[in-house]
Design a protein around this ligand. Structure first.
Ligand code: ADP
Length: 450
């Protein structure tokens, strides 16, 4: 086992990793930009190193600065959290070349899954069901139009390098194709430096269902059920739950086994998420995330496992502490993402927190790096906290969420908390009857938000 690890991240996820490491008796090194000198992850870690100015390009994304911080402090391994360098295959290679351990999958797996075309191709070969679409990239508008006519509209044009909801455009009819094709390419080019696109059938009423997988890199892999993350705004998740209200135990066992077998086949190591759209009883693979997800706590809640601890274990060469038959679902869990954003437009709202009080009590977990007097810097993501509740069943989890949201105090900045209060009054949310378009429609109707 490692003596000391470095966490190449900030905010709540850096705290999350520090907590797991501390319980395992492992020393922790935080890195931070000059804008984050007073951040909670810096205070909580055993040691900290300033890695650059506020811009993430020059700090949290600066590979030389992160590697140097390991060398200065003697950290043996790096946990990347999510975002930043977590899915950067080049970084993983450099980490290894310096004799350090990356707590996550191999550079090769990150590379394969980071390109959506090769990911889909690989998954198809491994027997994972995929959304019908083009066989690989689509190079010209003529080709795209021919495919649209053949597959039938609507279709979605996706940048192979896309992520975070960028580089995806829907063509409702043949008339939209030119605009959708050119925009997806342009977004792929400007955001990810790659203008290759592919085409998929656009599903009109799916749910977003993702399977948590975990491998030991030695040919063993398990699944930890699904999360339903259908409540999204601009393809970004805001409310996640496990188990999925629409998924039966038989469906879970079936798709879970397909995913676990696929991961065993490729000797996957660490945590991963295989994302699907689910419509009319069928699962369609869309992409794989080769890292810990923001919403991993709902899975931890219902299975009673610590996924970060497992990540650290397998990265150090140990076995997973569970096998498939040990993983039994207990109750229901929901997470809401609390962002420093102003409704109705969700515009970022950085600033000073004048008062902060986290909710508590049975079945409540608040993952946040906030504290009284903290100033949220304007340079990074607007996520300031995740409220996770766990109950014996879905109604209990919903009641607990309602109660916990009522206890939460975040003064000084606008947050997305009022959105969740409003959603908890919606019959569809209470009954779990929603798909990936539900929230956008609701926002349009209730907040005039487009
Ligand atoms: P990103 O990498 O940007 O997160 P994904 O491929 O994971 O992109 O898709 C994000 C979201 O976009 C999905 O959860 C879903 O809401 C929507 N989406 C993606 N592909 C399709 C599709 N073929 N049909 C309908 N919606 C889709």
């Amino acid at each position: 086992m490692f003596n000391k690890i470095l966490i190449a991240n900030r905010g709540e996820i850096a705290l999350r990793v520090i907590r797991a490491a501390r319980e395992m008796g492992i020393g922790t090194v935080a890195v931070h930009s000059t804008a984050d000198s007073d951040a909670m992850h810096v205070r909580m870690a055993d040691e900290s190193v300033c890695v650059g100015p506020p811009s993430s390009m020059q700090s949290y994304l600066s590979i030389p600065a992160i590697i140097a911080a390991c060398e200065i402090t003697g950290a043996e391994a790096i946990h990347p959290g999510y975002g930043f360098l977590s899915e950067n295959a080049n970084f993983v290679q450099i980490v290894q070349d310096h004799g350090l351990t990356f707590i996550g999958p191999t550079a090769e797996h990150i590379r394969v899954m980071g390109d959506k075309i090769t990911a889909k191709d690989t998954m198809k070969k491994l027997g994972v069901p995929c959304v019908p679409g083009s066989a690989g990239g689509v190079a010209t508008l003529e080709e795209a139009k021919a495919l649209g006519a053949e597959m039938g509209y609507p279709v979605i044009i996706k940048a192979t390098a896309g992520g975070g909801g960028k580089g995806m455009k829907v063509a409702e009819t043949a008339n939209d194709m030119e605009r959708a094709f050119q925009t997806a390419r342009a977004e792929g080019k400007s955001n990810f430096g790659n203008d290759e696109v592919y085409i998929e059938k656009y599903l009109t009423t799916p749910r977003h269902i993702e399977i948590q997988v975990f491998g030991d890199g030695k040919g063993r892999a398990v699944h930890l059920g699904e999360r339903d993350c259908s409540l999204q705004r601009r393809h970004q998740k805001v409310f996640e739950e496990a188990p999925g209200p629409a998924i039966s135990p038989e469906e879970r066992a079936r798709i879970g086994k397909v995913c676990a077998d696929a991961m065993a086949d490729i000797n996957y190591i660490g945590a991963g998420t295989i994302e699907f759209l689910y419509e009319k009883g069928e699962f369609y693979f869309i992409e794989m995330n080769t890292r810990l997800q923001v919403e991993h706590p709902v899975t931890e809640a219902i299975f009673g496992v610590d996924l970060v601890r497992e990540q650290i274990r397998v990265a150090s060469g140990m076995d997973m502490s569970f096998q498939q038959e040990d993983l039994q679902i207990n109750g229901h869990s929901i997470e809401v993402r609390i962002n420093a954003e102003k409704l109705p437009n969700f515009s970022p709202c950085p600033g000073r927190i004048t008062q902060y009080h986290a909710p508590g009590g049975l079945g409540v977990r608040m993952d946040s790096a906030l504290y009284d007097g903290y100033s949220i810097p304007p340079y990074y993501d607007s996520l300031i906290g995740k409220l996770i509740v766990h109950g014996r069943d879905r109604p209990e989890a919903l009641a607990r969420l309602h109660r916990a949201l009522g206890e939460l105090i975040v003064d000084g900045v606008d947050t997305t908390v009022p959105l969740f209060h409003a959603l908890l009054a919606e019959p569809d949310v209470l009954s779990g009857d929603y798909n990936i378009h539900w929230l956008e429609h609701w926002l349009e109707t209730n907040l005039g938000n487009a």
